[in-house]
Every structure is written in C-alpha cells, then in structure tokens.
Design a protein around this ligand. Structure first.
Ligand code: F3S
Length: 290
C-alpha cells in the first residue's frame, strides 16, 4: 500500500486566498461584469472555475473596458496601470498582497535615498514589473536592475546597492547574498522580502522530499513558485510536476512505497484532493491485480 504524505505547508497562501475572496465577493454582489487584470492566480483550472461559477474573466489590457469591476491581482500593478483603470472609470478592487506592497515600498524608499536598486526576481513577472514601476514612478532617474542571482549583482560593480527580492524567490538566494555581504564586510543594504508563505512551503517541501520515494508537486505550469518547489524537491528525490490528477500514470508508482505531495501558493485544495484520490485509486487497482 502506498503511503501518502502532504507537506506541512503547501497550497494557497494568504495573499491568494484574499484575492479570490475579494474577487468572488464583488462578482457575487455587483450587477456589473468583474474582470481581473491578468489571470487572478497562476492556476488555469481555478481560473476556469472562477469564470464558470462567478463569470470572472481575466483581461490582458485595461484599455477598451469602460465599465465594471477590475480586480488587481495579488502581484500588484504599476502606478501607470492603476491610473489607467481609474481614468477608464472602472471600479477598482485592489487585491495586491500586503507583502508585495512592502517590497514596492522598500524599492521606492531605497531609490529616494539614492541607492542603486537591485530586484532579485524574474524580469517578466508582473510583480517585478510592479515593483520596478513604483520605484521608477517616484524617482525617475533611479538606477534599477532586475537580476537573478548574486553573480549578476557583482558583475555590475555596484557602488551603493540596495537589494530586495520578488516575494516568491528561493530563500537560499537571500541567504547566499547575505553571506557574501557579511563575509566581505560590505555596506550593501539588503531586505529579505521573500514572504513567509513562500519560505514555509519551500522548507516543508525540502523536508518532505528527503523522506519519500517520489514527490508530486501540484500546480500551474505557469506558476513560478510551483516550479521552484519542484526544483527544490528534485534536488532530493525523483519529482514530478502535475497540474491535474488526470496526468498521473500508474507506472509512476511502480516500486514506490511513500509519495510526498506539495503544491504551489496558487493551487486550490480541490486539485490537491483530486491528486490524492487518484493515487489511492491507482494503488487500489495495483492491489487488485497483484
Ligand atoms: Fe502574498 Fe506571499 Fe502569497 S507575497 S500572494 S502571501 S506568495
């Protein structure tokens, strides 16, 4: 019989839960259409459910929409996008996660104080674009770099750098840069802006992956934090990233006695439950055949 263990921390984080609550509340109580600027979360199955049950639709551009509710997702937006929504008379429901707002505030503050700003994160991610947008909006000539690791910061030969992190970056990146600063006696400013939910999910996934024969990571293939969980687990044990239970193949479980499950911050519980159910089904079938 296959033993299934779930990571101590996994799935929906505070910010995603808040964003979904805000979006569904306004959709249920307002006669106007409710849209989100970009997909509310990086999980295609949950986006489909929100559309089906609440009529909530993601849009790519604000221009062209002149009425209705516009939900700003947990990643936040640039001040320009916010103003565009106001100009278009949309009813703005701001679901920017408070931890993302903290990074935006630090970025602005560092730029105001004349530091070169380094944002460790994914340049194309909406959260990073929002952070950079806020800093640039306040201090037009601030030197801002988006980097993926310590080496890229060092390459720039910074004189007065201040470093912040996209909230869902791997915590080891922060530790590595902090260690470099301390061991070289540098006066660089650094703020650990990786959120608690991300750290807990990463720590729990790493811990569990050391004790099982196979790890399954459930979540959107477009979800950066889910991809990072899969990377962390795969350093310890064979790891598979799935979006839905339908993807599970019986042969994956040949010779497996203990399966660990974790899920990204944007993975709803119902998808995790489906995966557990499917493993139990596969296990039962194998038992019947043997
Ligand atoms: Fe907020 Fe962290 Fe979730 S920044 S949206 S609580 S992953």
């Amino acid at each position: 019989m296959i033993e299934i263990q779930i990571a101590r921390h996994s799935g929906f984080c505070f910010g995603v839960r808040e964003a979904i609550n805000k979006a569904t509340e306004v959709a249920a109580s307002s006669p106007m259409p409710t849209r989100t600027y970009g997909p509310l979360i990086h999980n295609p199955q949950e986006i489909d459910r929100l559309k089906k049950d609440y009529g909530i639709e993601p849009i790519r551009e604000i221009d062209g929409y002149r009425e209705g509710n516009l939900v700003i997702r947990a990643h936040g937006v640039t001040p320009e996008d916010y103003r565009r929504a106001q100009t278009n008379d949309l009813n703005i429901v701001d679901a920017t996660c408070r931890f993302v707002k903290d990074v935006q505030d630090y970025a602005v503050e560092f730029c105001r104080r004349g530091y070169e700003l380094f944002v460790v994160g994914d340049e194309m991610h909406a959260e990073v674009r929002g952070i950079v947008g806020h800093a640039r909006h306040e201090v037009e000539d601030c030197r801002i770099y988006v980097v993926s690791d310590l080496e890229q910061i060092v390459e720039k030969k910074p004189v007065r750098p201040a470093i912040v992190f996209q909230t869902t970056q791997e915590f080891t990146k922060f530790k590595k840069i902090e260690h470099y600063i301390k061991s070289n006696g540098l006066k660089w400013k650094i703020r650990n802006t990786i959120c608690g939910a991300t750290r807990s999910n990463q720590y729990a996934a790493d811990e569990l992956a050391r004790t099982v024969d196979l790890m399954l990571v459930v979540g959107g293939r477009n979800s950066g934090n889910t991809i990072r969980l899969a990377e962390i687990c795969s350093r310890n044990v064979h790891t598979l990233h799935v979006e839905t239970a339908d993807e599970l193949m019986p042969e994956w479980f040949n010779g497996i006695r203990k399966v660990g499950i974790t899920a990204g911050a944007s993975t709803p519980q119902w998808l995790i439950d489906d995966v557990i159910e499917r493993i139990e089904e596969i296990d039962k079938d194998k038992g019947i055949r043997s």
